[in-house]
Design a protein around this ligand. Structure first.
Ligand SMILES: Nc1ncnc2c1ncn2[C@@H]1O[C@H](COP(=O)(O)OP(=O)(O)OP(=O)(O)O)[C@@H](O)[C@H]1O
Length: 221
C-alpha cells in the first residue's frame, strides 16, 4: 500500500523561558487504507503531532511528506494548497463558519475546485447524508447541537475525498449511537483508500482502529 503520510525524526520545541519539547524524533508511516489511533496521556504531544502532520504547524526539525511530497521548504501558500488538495482535518473546536448553514460549511471545502454550483451542492448533500444530517442542511451552527456541529465538521473533511484524514477527538461530543456511526464511516473511508489518523482517548475508537501509535513525553513508544 502507498505511504500517504511519512515523517522522519519529527521534532517540535515550543520556545519560551523554559522550552517545551512537545514532539521528539517521531518517525511514522501511515498507508492508504489504514485507520490509525493516536493515543497517549494528556500532554504527551498528540495534538502537536497532529498539527505537524496536517501542515498547520512547522516542525523544529525533521520532515513530513504527504504522498511523497515534502512539506519543508513550501511557502505558506503552497502549504495551504497542498492541504486543500490532499487533507481533511476535523478539529477539536469544529471551526465552522457561523454565518453559513451546514450545507454552506461543507460546500466551502469545495471552493476553488472548478466545480459547478450544482455539483458542489450535490457532493455536500451526499457528505451530510453520510453523517446523518441531511435534514439539518439549512441550519447555521448556532442552531445545531455540539454533536451535530461535529458531524458537519466531519462532512466538511470528507467531502473532498482527501487522501489523508486527520481528526482530533472526533467522538468527543457524540453519543454512543453517533460514535458507532462515525467509526463505521471512518472505517469505510479507510477501506475506500484514504489514510485516517484519529487522536482519541476513547478506548472504543482505539479498539476499532487497525493500529495504534502511542505517545509518551513527545515520543512514540
Ligand atoms: N503553544 C504552546 N506553547 C508552549 N507549550 C505548548 C504549546 N502547546 C502545547 N504545549 C505543551 O506541549 C506538550 C504537548 O501538548 P499537546 O497539546 O500536544 O498534548 P496532547 O497529548 O494533545 O494533550 P491532551 O490529550 O491533553 O490534549 C504539553 O506539555 C503542552 O503543555
Amino acid at each position: 500500500m502507498t505511504a500517504v503520510l511519512a515523517t522522519e525524526n519529527l521534532t517540535k520545541v515550543y520556545s519560551g523561558e523554559v522550552p517545551v519539547t512537545a514532539v521528539q524524533d517521531v518517525t511514522i508511516t501511515v498507508r492508504s487504507g489504514e485507520l490509525v489511533a493516536l493515543t497517549g496521556p494528556s500532554g504527551s504531544g498528540k495534538t502537536t503531532l497532529l498539527g505537524l502532520l496536517g501542515l498547520l504547524d512547522t516542525p523544529t526539525a525533521g520532515q513530513v511528506r504527504v504522498l511523497g511530497e515534502p512539506a519543508a521548504g513550501l511557502s505558506d501558500r503552497q502549504r495551504t494548497a497542498l492541504r486543500a488538495r490532499l487533507l481533511g482535518f476535523v478539529f477539536q473546536q469544529f471551526h465552522l463558519l457561523p454565518h453559513l448553514d451546514a450545507l454552506g460549511n461543507v460546500e466551502a471545502a469545495l471552493r476553488y475546485r472548478g466545480l459547478r454550483a450544482d455539483q458542489r451542492r450535490r457532493l455536500a448533500m451526499t457528505a451530510l447524508d453520510r453523517v446523518g444530517l441531511v435534514h439539518r442542511f439549512d441550519h447555521q451552527p448556532a442552531r445545531l447541537s455540539g454533536g451535530e456541529q461535529q458531524r458537519v465538521a466531519i462532512a466538511r473533511a470528507l467531502v473532498t475525498s482527501p487522501a489523508l484524514i486527520l481528526a482530533d477527538e472526533p467522538t468527543g461530543n457524540l453519543d454512543t449511537e453517533n460514535s458507532q456511526r462515525l467509526l463505521a464511516l471512518l472505517d469505510q473511508v479507510a477501506s475506500d483508500g484514504a489514510a485516517v489518523v484519529v487522536v482519541t482517548h476513547d478506548e472504543e475508537v482505539a479498539a476499532r482502529s487497525h493500529r495504534r501509535i502511542v505517545m509518551r513525553d513527545g515520543a512514540v513508544v
